[in-house]
Design a protein around this ligand. Structure first.
Ligand code: BJW
Ligand code: ZN
Length: 240
């Protein structure tokens, strides 16, 4: 009997899942934080001090991401969503590549680089233009400075987004932890929440992370290779 039929499967993704698409990760040898300081670019203070500098960095990243396409790991998660009754994708990524691949239900913990929010009137809207005509971009309603709708260090995640992710984690029976260094809180706690509630953890990451010692199974390979293979081998065990 397929005992796992109705068991909720959850995936938590990080920057590593987009690495094979050409999107730089944050940490590690080729990571963004090697050449750029998070304190100068990814905090509300940094933005208040120097919005031009922060926007130059985000404009460059938007341009880079715009030239990237989803890879087999993103597409495998689309197949999981389309095939399974009970699958949830939680991502820390702001690049939109899960949606570009075709994932419809994505919990975006850290927001989206393709959405802007006004620091004046709080207007929020999608803006996928690359390049943006003016930097920093301005709000059409109040003239205030727009910022990327992402979560910076020291900022709280949206309450409803975090609650949803926490709930899903606590109900998971298997959580796939894919391409994250698992050091940024509160995202890094989600696999442990799942495990404490009885879930099996499966990590897909070429490198060791603080999550590795908790994982029940580890694939030390690029996600674009290991995830499609894992899914091809196990999809028959899940309710389709
Ligand atoms: C591959 C691969 C391949 C390569 N296949 N894999 C509790 C304890 C300690 C600190 C804190 C805490 N609570 C809060 C904090 C502070 C802070 C924090 O966690 N700091 C730690 C770093 C120490 N957290 C926060 O500030 C958060 N807010 C918060 O908690 O609010 C409440 C609060 C506030 C203040 C004080 C206390 C509480 C907000 C965190 C926001 C993170 N923002 C960023 C930027 C988003 C916008 C943007 O993109 O511009 O989010 S930082 C950056 O890190 C980004 C990512 O989403 C996030 C996680 O990174 P990720 O995805 O794991 O990427 P990498 O690069 O780290 O790892 C890539 C991995 O892929 C590696 O392992 C590779 O090996 C692997 N890989 N190729 C598979 N082919
Ligand atoms: Zn405004």
């Amino acid at each position: 009997m397929k005992e796992s039929l109705e068991r909720p499967l959850t995936a938590l993704t990080g920057a590593g899942i987009s690495a094979e698409s050409g999107v730089p990760t944050f940490r590690g040898q080729a990571g963004l934080w090697r050449d750029y300081s998070p304190h100068e670019l990814a905090t509300p203070d940094a933005f208040n001090r120097n919005p031009e500098l922060v926007w130059a960095w985000y404009a460059w990243r938007r341009e880079t991401i715009a030239g990237c396409r989803p890879n087999p790991a993103h597409r495998t998660l689309v197949d999981m969503e389309e095939s399974l009754k009970n699958f949830t994708l939680i991502t820390q990524n702001v690049d939109g590549l899960h949606q570009a691949a075709g994932s419809k239900r994505v919990i975006e913990l850290h927001g989206s680089i393709w959405r802007l929010v006004c620091t004046g009137c709080r207007y929020v809207g999608d803006d996928k233009r690359v390049p943006l005509p003016d930097l920093p971009p301005r709000c059409q309603i109040c003239g205030g400075v727009l910022r990327p709708d992402v979560i910076w260090f020291g900022e709280s995640l949206r309450r409803e987004v975090l609650d949803a992710a926490w709930r899903v984690a606590a109900q998971s029976k298997v959580m796939l932890v894919i391409g994250t260094s698992a050091v940024v809180e509160p995202a890094a706690s989600l696999p442990l929440v799942a495990q404490r509630a009885g879930a099996r953890l499966i990590e897909f990451n070429p490198d060791t992370t603080p999550m590795s010692r908790h994982a029940d199974q580890v694939f030390r390979e690029p996600a674009g290779k290991a995830l499609p293979r894992w899914w091809a081998e196990t999809r028959g065990c899940w309710a389709l």
